[in-house]
Design a protein around this ligand. Structure first.
Ligand code: ASN
Length: 326
């Protein structure tokens, strides 16, 4: 088939494009844009200050690498080539977080990291997913999942308090009443919730909960640590927002021992070839024992601002249904 790029990029229907442009300008003219921008400032400032004050070092994001997070669901590949070397655009900085902590004296790190995930529109709902988003991604050497959950709990309570203090007018104009949440978020296990609510337990809990809560033990990527001596049980978790806002973040202890990493990759029938350097580092003992998590920044803003559609949080629509105007 003869396929000319010029034909691909030519707008098929200029009327439809004009409507798209009108919508875009209308979105920019909405006074909520500035209120959300103010809240974004407060959220980013409080996340970064709190974490730096807790002894974390902030690293800069990595955008391309021979390997990236394989994710636990299928996405279209986001790849580029540099001098015949295939490079993947970052889906999450999971492997870089683990490797960075190999540095002597670097025990706690975080990154405000852009992620590209080309979700297939057949399998993902667009209200809570973006093709391009940012994570507040952090990792701690020698930590347990409970250490990480405790830190997230304190960090989230701090962020909510800061927003309520420094963005009260903006919240009011957005019509958002952010309650005072429990100081200690409840922890459920996915087994108990599945038994009670069936497969849709996460959404059901999110709809009925009045405060953010953790759910532990999900079967997903190979790098989330399987509970030692307990096959098919995992030291990982999600944080769920109340009021039906769904998943806030995921986190875990990590696999770091070579044999166990190979076991988990084989179990998922992964192609090991791209991971040769990572596996070699594990074999040499150069991947430390760590735990961490990544908070979806747009999801956090969506929840705080009381927006049902995640695309309403950003200026440039990156939802699955986007027209990619700009
Ligand atoms: N950043 C997440 C974590 O630390 C991983 C992810 O986004 N898939 O567990």
């Amino acid at each position: 088939m003869n396929c000319d790029v010029a034909d691909l990029v030519k707008p098929k229907n200029s009327d439809a494009n004009k409507i798209g442009l009108d919508e875009f300008v209308k979105h920019l003219e909405n006074p909520e844009v500035v209120d959300i921008a103010h809240i974004r400032n407060v959220v980013l400032r409080s996340l970064q200050c709190y974490t730096q004050d807790a002894g974390f070092y902030q690293l800069m994001p990595i955008l391309m690498s021979p390997i990236t997070d394989p994710l636990n669901h299928a996405v279209y590949p986001a790849e580029i080539a540099y001098e015949n070397r295939p490079l993947r655009l970052t889906a999450s900085m999971i492997f870089h977080k683990q490797l960075a902590l190999r540095a002597e004296g670097l025990n706690k790190i975080f990154i405000v990291a852009p992620n590209i995930r080309l979700e297939k529109n057949t399998i993902k709902s667009s209200v809570n997913h973006l093709l391009e988003f940012s994570q507040f991604d952090f990792e701690i050497k020698g930590a347990s999942m409970y250490d990480v959950m405790k830190f997230i709990n304190e960090l989230m309570v701090h962020v909510f308090t800061q927003v309520k203090t420094h963005a009260a007018d903006q919240l009011e104009r957005l019509g958002r009443e952010l309650p005072d949440y429990d100081q200690q978020f409840l922890i459920y296990s996915s087994d108990e919730l599945r038994e009670k609510h069936g497969e849709n337990f996460e959404q059901i809990l999110s709809t009925t909960a009045t405060t953010p809560c953790f759910i532990t033990n999900y079967k997903r990527e190979f790098y989330d640590r399987e509970t030692p001596n307990k096959r098919k049980h995992y030291n990982n978790f999600d944080l769920i927002y109340p009021e039906g806002y769904g998943e806030a973040l995921s986190g875990a202890e990590r696999e770091f021992e070579y044999e166990q990493i190979i076991y988990r990759m084989n179990e998922l029938q992964m192609d090991l070839a791209p991971y040769q350097n990572y596996l070699e580092a594990a074999k040499r003992g150069d991947i430390p024992s760590t735990a961490g998590a990544g908070i979806g920044i747009e999801r956090l803003l969506r929840f705080i601002c009381g927006k049902r559609e995640i695309k309403d949080i950003g200026l440039f629509d990156r939802s699955i249904a986007t027209k990619f105007l700009f």
